[in-house]
Design a protein around this ligand. Structure first.
Ligand code: NAD
Length: 341
């Protein structure tokens, strides 16, 4: 099959492209190669195992110029939660406008679509007896960031297409692994921890570190997405699936897992410090309920979070990336805009 990957030159897209080609598919990317994600756009193009067409998913002309594929995986998005709070127009145009066009073209081409949403649609998620519970796909949408809002609206924008072609919506939790953007201080707590560790700085955790997330290895997400391309499902309502491990990890645990994963083995000396700050758009707890994924017959994650974190740190250690001060600057920018408390 010829599979079109929007945002294919990005973190998840590159892993997925390799998994798809290993499974006998041909891949093409439609990607704007945005500088915030790609410090070296040429390298991203070279690494991608197919043609990269440079274009904007929010531009109808970019879609019109593409040849009809056999399936579409829509990954292109603006992904910074905190940044979405002040770059709202850009986030809406790419994440809602781009997703609307992805649905329209899949329907026009009569090909199945797999679209990446996010766990951000759940916002803080449900609590039972005062304790957070894992989010199920039928839970209501309560996004607390513009990013989450645009992902929720993007899902809604796919409903017309789902009546005409099979549409799968995937809501990943926090995806980690080699190849994740190390230059982009607007995403990825783990990239921030890596930068701090490499510079011998204490690892700074925002808040008390008891916040929890569900960190899933990118290879597991790529295996899942490949399976979904190979098993497109039916037309009608979209098939909606969580992607995660189903296991909670606190940010403090994450910091210690990152420290333990460093390849030089110097862990005793690393200090974890807490910064008493809350960023607008951040939530306390997130975790995926995987019951529906299990029932669907799709492959379940193979990596534990601790192994995924260690794999990321080990394989990213010598890769170029932003200085830890880039995350300090991003936080300062938020504070200047009144988006921290
Ligand atoms: N990485 C995660 O933890 C995570 C979690 C939940 C959901 N997701 C979703 O998965 C998808 C892929 O995420 P990722 O981590 O690979 O992000 P990424 O930033 O590494 O990749 C996104 C790609 O999209 C491209 N892009 C951005 N705007 C574009 C535009 N207007 N037109 C064309 N291309 C554009 C970028 O150049 C980049 O190559 C996104 O939809 C994201 O919201 C990711």
């Amino acid at each position: 099959m010829r599979v079109l990957l929007t945002g294919g030159a990005g973190f998840i897209g590159q892993h997925l492209a390799r998994a798809l080609t290993a499974g006998g598919h041909d891949v093409t990317a439609l990607d704007l190669l945005v500088p915030q994600v790609h410090a070296d756009a040429e390298a991203a193009v070279r690494t991608f195992p197919g043609e990269v067409v440079r274009g904007d998913v929010a531009d109808p002309g970019a879609w019109a110029a593409l040849a009809r594929p056999d399936a579409v995986v829509h990954l292109a998005a603006e992904t910074g939660t905190a940044q979405s709070m002040y770059e709202q127009e850009r986030y809406r145009s790419v994440n809602v406008g781009g997703t609307t066009l992805a649905g329209e073209h899949a329907a026009r081409w009569q090909v199945p679509l797999v679209a990446l949403s996010s766990r951000a649609v759940y916002g803080e998620g449900r609590y039972e007896d005062g304790a957070p519970v894992a989010s199920r796909e039928d839970d209501p949408h309560h996004p607390v960031s513009v990013y989450g809002e645009t992902k929720s609206q993007g899902e809604a924008a796919l409903l017309p297409a789902a009546g005409r072609v099979p549409v799968t919506i995937v809501r990943p939790q926090n995806v980690v692994g080699p190849g994740q953007a190390l230059h982009n201080p607007y995403t990825g707590v783990l990239a921030a921890f890596l930068a701090m560790l490499r510079e011998g700085r204490p690892v700074t955790v925002y808040g008390d570190g008891s916040q929890t997330r569900d960190f899933v290895h990118v290879a597991d997400v790529a295996v899942l997405l490949t399976w979904l391309v190979d098993h497109p499902g039916d037309t009608g309502a979209p098939r909606v699936l969580n992607a995660g491990t189903g296991v909670r990890t606190s940010l403090l645990q994450l910091a210690h897992q990152a420290i333990a994963g460093r390849p030089d083995g110097v862990d005793a000396a690393v200090e974890v410090v807490h910064l008493d700050v809350h960023r607008a758009g951040d939530i306390e707890h997130a975790c995926a309920d995987l019951a529906r994924l299990r029932e669907s017959g799709a492959p379940l994650p193979a990596w534990t979070t601790a192994d995924a974190v260690a794999d990321f740190v080990r394989r990213s250690w010598d890769q170029p990336g932003a200085r830890a001060s880039a995350w300090d600057d991003a936080l300062e920018e938020l504070a200047d805009r009144g988006l921290t408390s």
